[in-house]
Ligand binder design. Sequence first.
Ligand SMILES: *Cc1c(COP(=O)(O)O)cnc(C)c1O
Length: 235
Amino acid sequence: MTPPASINSNIAELSRRIRLAEQENGREANSVTLMAVSKTRPAAAIRASVAAGISHIGENYLQEALHKQDLLQDLNITWHCIGPVQSNKSRTVAEQFDWLHTLDREKIARRLNEQRPAHRPPLNVCLQVNIDEEPQKAGIVAADIPALAATVASLPGLRLRGLMAIPAARSNPAEQRQVFARLRHCFESLQAQHPEVDTLSMGMSRDFEAAIAEGATLVRIGTEIFGPRDPAPGV
Ligand SMILES: *Cc1c(COP(=O)(O)O)cnc(C)c1O
């Protein structure tokens, strides 16, 4: 495990790079939220990141997330589910998370709406877009955004916040920007129909600066905070 001292300096360095990218691209200062992606990391690493100023945590695997949430109840964390959600797991997301970034099916939207506890505010939802139209990848194609957005917007237990994508890896920053620009265009079309949407969830360790240049409001970063992941997942 990466010792907390380096988590602290990694977050300071990342925040500096995010602020610089905002500045260089004419973005408002602090308009980009940094989410720490903590899949496969122990609860202690999350605790160190929160001590360093993080308040948004993204988890991919539900059982692993529940275990860590249990250990971190004393902290004020906004929990984001950023992994795939099967129908039989939708209740866990509805009951235990503040955000879902990977909605791509109407059926799941309806289940989440029914399962969201009445005492909690609506679940914040981003639609996952398969922006490179990769056959093996989750997400809807751009043409299907309006219909799913209309469904989510009609459900009182959900709050439509915006779009999320995980583009195919590209090492060239100009190519990274091109794909993020396509998602930004989708987002602008969505905003025309749903002026309340405010979240463009795009950019990871390898490409967050290109994402910020194209309008990301939230970047999801794991490796640059916690170090390289072990190949075998485990808490
Ligand atoms: C793992 C993951 C990230 C973070 O990836 P890094 O390259 O470690 O920054 C972001 N988003 C999603 C959906 C992920 O699964």
